[in-house]
Ligand binder design. Sequence first.
Ligand SMILES: [Fe+2]
Length: 263
Amino acid sequence: MKVLFIGDIFGNAGRRVLAAHLAAVVEKHDIDLCIANGENAAGGWGLTANILKKLHKYGVQVVTGGNHSFANQDILPAFESDPSLLRPLNFPPGNPGIGKTVYTLPDGRKAGVVNLQGRTFFPEALDCPFRLGLEAIEELRRETPVIIVDFHAEATSEKIAFATYIDGKASAVLGTHTHVQTADERVFPGGTAFISDVGMTGPEQSAIGMKTKGIVRRFLLQTPVRFEPSNDGPMLNAVVVDIDDATGRTAGIARVFERVQVP
Ligand SMILES: [Fe+2]
């Protein structure tokens, strides 16, 4: 199974990249399943019900999240009605939504998807992603050996540590959240593909999605500044993971970094 995993879709620029270009990428790489982190798709902060619909229309089959998953009230009902919308599994019980799912392709093949959030440098008091992540993977393996984990975290060390911890049990551990694509993609000895961060599908000319002017002001003055999403330099950041359906082992992981002309 060939899986395209798209790094954090950021605002209008990211959405326009997918609208204009996703179908071509899917065709070029012969993709079976498209997963995207959508927690920044609405102006950088969370998702809306309307935007979720659009992402599905563009060809995203499973949407993962992170620390901004619950930013908009508007999206909360979708967590209960759309089984292909995930939020980090390790948020406290009582929050809407699910953190893992099994997605069935039209040809009947199944892929498990798990969404976790790291705990280093985050204010949220979350349950242990290592313990809950391993439990979730072991549960999903009863249905399919093909399992993709979105590990939404700040620290590269936490992401690498988790990937080595579960190496051989999941097909891929793909880092999200920093919006900067890293060049450390590899397959661990047990067959688990890894990258510290897939990057951002959004405006390259920005500070991780926002216009740099406000960000610089914030650093200089150390006072609150209202950040504005940038629309400049739309790009696609993603990875393509090639997974053996029978074993769940990954044969290869390739980065995708494309500057995209959008209408
Ligand atoms: Fe995030």
